[in-house]
Design a protein around this ligand. Structure first.
Ligand code: BEZ
Length: 235
């Protein structure tokens, strides 16, 4: 095991396939979710506090992700009965930041053999040999990994950021643009550089309607929030 090198999936790769048992029955990943965005995420362990706060937040936001045509799928290296007992305890006993009676309706994968976690590079031995780190894979409707985010065991994820990443990927795809630092729907967007959108001269001479260039390589345009939401919210 010591010298075993596991190739980790990267942005642009096809999401590795697997079959698994979950709290919502068996799944065939990513095939069962074709046509949807998927957030596949791992947590270190059931019955731990940071993970509990994260699960409650994910469950609380599940409908917001669903509205963006996105399915949540969780994973840890615990077994199915542990998952079921933990989720029941969360619903019956835990209150956090005004959230209570929280039911988790998205699948939570059991991965006691660590096969899936290993395939996805969720085990990082420097952090833990026996637990998955907090990994988040954004997978598009064609089954391609589009963003990967990792957090350590000691830090809970930022859910506004996870939703922003999803909306950003969808917006960039829909409008063929790029998005600047800290972009949120309604903020100006970046017009791709020359070749794909007008010549450098056209851009600098203000010949492209609605496009404002600071220099040939840095051009912005308005993209109203309503236009973004109309495209990315599921009809
Ligand atoms: C937690 O979720 O609280 C946690 C899990 C594993 C290690 C440390 C913290």
């Amino acid at each position: 095991m010591e010298n075993q090198v596991t190739a980790m999936p990267r942005i642009g790769d096809k999401a590795p396939e697997f079959k698994a048992v979950t709290t919502q029955g068996e799944i065939n990943f990513p095939g069962d979710y074709k046509g949807k965005w998927v957030i596949l995420f791992s947590h270190p362990a059931d019955f731990t506090p940071v993970c509990t706060s994260e699960f409650m937040t994910f469950a609380h936001m599940e409908n917001e992700f669903k509205a963006l045509n996105c399915q949540l799928v969780g994973l840890s290296v615990d077994g199915l009965y542990s998952h079921i007992a933990w989720l029941r305890t969360i619903k019956e006993k835990i209150e956090f930041r005004g959230m209570k009676d929280v039911e988790v309706n998205f699948p939570l994968i059991e991965d006691i053999t660590m096969q899936v976690a290993t395939k996805y590079g969720m085990i990082m031995p420097g952090e833990s040999n026996t637990k998955a780190v907090r990994a988040v894979f954004f997978i598009d409707p064609k089954g391609i990994i589009r963003t990967i985010v990792y957090y350590p065991l000691s830090l809970g994820r930022n859910f506004d950021e996870l939703k922003r990443v999803l909306m950003g990927l969808q917006t960039a795809d829909e409008f063929g643009i790029a998005l600047p630092a800290d972009w949120r729907p309604g903020d100006d967007v970046i017009v791709p550089t020359a070749g794909s959108c007008g010549t450098a001269k056209d851009r600098m001479e203000g010949k492209m309607e609605g496009v404002e260039c600071k220099d040939w390589f840095f051009c912005l345009k308005k993209l109203p929030k309503e236009k973004v939401m109309e495209k990315i919210l599921k009809k």
